[in-house]
Ligand binder design. Structure first.
Ligand SMILES: *Cc1c(COP(=O)(O)O)cnc(C)c1O
Length: 361
């Protein structure tokens, strides 16, 4: 079954570890003697509550989440957080700072403008989002209720290599496409959020890690479902949580632990990305426009310089057993998304394919 799988370089939803899929498959009709699938269980049942608690505990342990922070399992995708964060946090001063370094931070920046006075702390639009602004390029307002940035720019292939220094201003960070790929000092953040479908679980779950003291100051019209305080008080179960995705996250976290946790994953993912960048940089045909100091270990963008050759590359890559290497429509070229679940072997084979294409064209 497993050996007919393709190397799927999709930006999201993306590959899940084969071991995880096989375990889920084995348990799909009867979860550990319960006589039912996790998909059929009451979210209030003891057996599901244990799955929920264990998954939350595993995530806390892997990311070293300190006391005073809550891990929430929500819905609505990362995109709902673009509204939820300002609605809950901007009330303190009515102002917030945003760094726009790609498509998703730009969407968040625009959405936030409905709820308060939003300043552009930095933008990389002047160079088509091929770099990450340095600390001294950030225009920070000490009165801001929070500072917002997106850690990994899934479409443009850049990744912040530092945590911005913002003084007393809490940081809100979209980590959808690089969470669990490297250790992170959670104590430096006010809110971390991530849609699950890149590096964690199937689509339908959004993980939010929030400093509890920041909740409870939401704008008066904040829907109850979008109030961090509600979800903290109800431990993410004000209503039915995405049960199946939470279960799948638990399996992924077990797998991650077996790979050495986030420290282990950091070494693996960096080696995978470096292998790919080295092949691109030493080729005749391919280039990566991203500033080497800002290159993402998760989404590698590259191109030949000819639309016709890019199309040929994508077409032949499919015939060779790779999928989803076509770049995002707003950037063109190619993009290889190599999240945690992409085996090293898949990247090695892609490197061989790139080298052969480079030689033959
Ligand atoms: C995919 C992605 C999003 C959008 O996530 P949804 O769950 O589809 O709303 C937001 N931010 C980043 C960085 C992403 O990669």
């Amino acid at each position: 079954m497993g050996n007919q799988r393709v190397y799927n370089f999709s930006a999201g939803p993306s590959m899940l570890p084969l071991e995880v899929l096989e375990r889920a498959g084995a348990e799909i009709t009867n979860y550990q003697g319960s006589g039912m699938s996790v998909m059929e269980m009451s979210h209030r049942s003891k057996v599901f509550q244990k799955i929920f608690d264990d998954t939350q505990a595993k995530l806390r342990a892997l990311l070293n989440v300190p006391e005073g922070y809550k891990v929430l399992f929500l819905q609505g995708g990362a995109s709902l957080q673009f509204a939820m964060a300002p609605m809950n946090l901007i009330g303190r001063t009515g102002k917030a700072d945003y760094a726009v370094t790609g498509n998703f931070s730009n969407l968040a920046y625009k959405e936030a403008q409905k709820y308060g006075q939003i300043s552009l702390a930095a933008s990389s639009a002047d160079k088509n989002h091929t770099y990450i602004p340095a600390q001294d390029q950030l225009k920070l307002d000490p009165e801001a209720s929070y500072f917002y940035y997106c850690a990994n720019n899934t479409i443009y292939g850049t990744e912040w290599q530092y945590i911005p220094e913002t003084g007393d201003v809490p940081i809100v960070c979209d980590m959808s496409s690089d969470i669990l790929s490297r250790p992170v000092d959670v104590s430096k953040y006010g809110v971390i959020f991530a849609g699950a479908q890149k590096n964690m679980a199937p689509a339908g779950l959004t993980v939010v890690i929030i400093k509890e003291s920041l909740a409870g100051h939401e704008l008066p019209y904040t829907p109850v479902m979008m109030n961090y305080k509600t979800m903290i008080d109800k431990d993410s179960m004000y209503n039915t949580p995405p049960c199946w995705c939470i279960y799948m996250l638990g399996l992924v976290l077990d797998w991650l632990e077996s790979k050495g946790g986030v420290e282990g994953m950091q070494a693996i993912k960096h080696a995978k990305a470096q292998m790919l960048y080295d092949v691109i940089d030493s080729s005749r045909l391919f280039t990566c426009a991203v500033d080497p100091a800002a290159r993402s270990d998760m989404n590698v963008v590259f191109r030949t310089g000819s639309d016709a050759l890019d199309a040929k590359f994508v077409k032949e890559s499919v015939e060779a057993g790779f999928t989803n290497l076509k770049g995002h429509r707003s950037v063109g070229g190619m993009r290889a998304s190599i999240y945690n679940a992409m085996p090293t072997e898949g990247v090695e084979k892609l490197c061989d394919f790139i080298k052969a294409f480079d030689k033959n064209n």
